[in-house]
Design a protein around this ligand. Structure first.
Ligand code: AVI
Length: 348
């Protein structure tokens, strides 16, 4: 908001009073504030049913989203700082080094849609080279986004900001409020690796629709020696172990179960056949875990499969993007070929 104003200025000096005309534009503070839309509704009964079904399977398993309660999100943030966990800093270095080239492949003045935005830091680094018209931060709950978006609004008073609370792991249908026109769908951190390749393909197809003729910008972790991969998921400090075991405390609250974390050990292994890191919790002793309406006896050594993190070759991920209907695919990697950043166009 601005107003053009003409007014007079004067100075008094030993030579007398000099008066001169001044014409300037006065800027008033912009009243923009971030918008918020919560779409995902926590359905406690459905969550309990999903958890119980997973725990009662032939091999007990849980969806990786249950790793992220408030403490789990903080532990994940700590993981990204570990020497062994290379993906976050490798991706940031690729984006910083090639920002001009990367953003040149993306539509200007588009809506930047950030999936799993959290503290919005990664997307904010794209604002200067990309010049988006609108920034839409998506996470499971808008409560995770409030502080970050309010801080960003102070730094970028002209940018339209919207927080959307959506569980996009089940469906990536964005509300109409996100607006018309091309979008850049940003999915960093190799979170796509936490889907099976079949689910990743379905997700990419939805991302292509969501881009409305724009493009995607995706970070993908690449296959590399086991000696690098396994420590990244089983660090010396035990932060990833705490992240994994904390899930049992989260499940106790959601399901009313009685997991005792003292009886469970973290394990991570690379399965070359599936090209994925698998995370497990192994029972240290035989134990009966009970919850309202169910129970399971875990034998000593029996495991709960808690997460998969798929590692791709650049060629295999390019093939997945092509199969999902993307075109003009570009890829940037680091000097060790550990991580890849892809852009791909949603239009033909
Ligand atoms: C969020 N996601 C990409 C992480 C990964 O590398 O698969 C989650 C993680 N699990 C253990 N460490 C990090």
């Amino acid at each position: 908001m601005s107003a053009r104003q003409g007014f007079w200025l004067g100075t008094i000096s030993p030579g007398g009073l000099s008066v001169y005309a001044c014409d300037m534009t006065v800027y008033f503070p912009h009243p923009r504030t971030p918008g918020f839309i919560q779409i995902h509704r926590h359905d406690a009964a459905a969550v309990r049913a999903e958890l119980a079904a997973g725990l009662l399977g032939p091999v007990a398993c849980t969806a990786p989203k249950y790793l992220y309660d408030a403490l789990g999100s903080r532990l994940f943030a700590a993981i990204t700082e570990l020497a062994e966990y290379y993906p976050t800093r490798t991706e940031a270095a690729i984006v910083a080094r090639h920002a001009t080239e990367i953003t040149a492949t993306l539509p200007r003045e588009a809506t930047l849609v950030d999936l799993g935005a959290g503290n919005c830091e990664k997307a904010a680094r794209l604002f200067a080279p990309l010049q988006p018209e609108r920034y839409v931060a998506v996470d499971i709950s808008v409560d995770f986004l409030r502080d970050a978006l309010q801080r960003l609004q102070c730094e970028h008073p002209q940018l339209e900001l919207l927080g959307v609370g959506l569980d996009f792991s089940s469906s990536l249908t964005l509300p109409a409020d996100v607006g018309a026109g091309p979008r850049v769908v940003f999915y960093p951190g190799s979170s796509i690796g936490n889907f099976t390749p079949t689910d990743a393909l379905a997700f990419l197809r939805q991302a292509r629709d969501a881009a409305q003729g724009g493009a995607v910008l995706i970070g993908v972790d690449l296959v590399k020696p086991v000696s690098v991969l396994e420590p990244a998921y089983d660090d010396a400090l035990g932060v990833t172990a705490a992240f994994n075991r904390n899930m049992l405390l989260h499940i106790n609250r959601l399901l009313g179960s009685n997991f005792d974390i003292a009886h469970w050990r973290h394990r991570a292994r690379f399965d070359a056949g599936h090209s994925r890191i698998e995370m497990y919790l192994d029972a240290l002793q035989e134990q009966r875990v009970v919850w309202p309406g169910g129970e399971r006896l875990f034998r000593r050594g029996e495991a709960i499969h808690t997460e998969n993190s798929y590692k791709y070759s650049a060629l295999a991920f390019e093939a997945l993007l092509l199969e999902a209907g993307f075109s003009r695919i570009r890829c940037w990697t680091d000097s060790r070929n550990w991580f890849a950043v892809f852009t791909a166009q949603a239009s033909a």
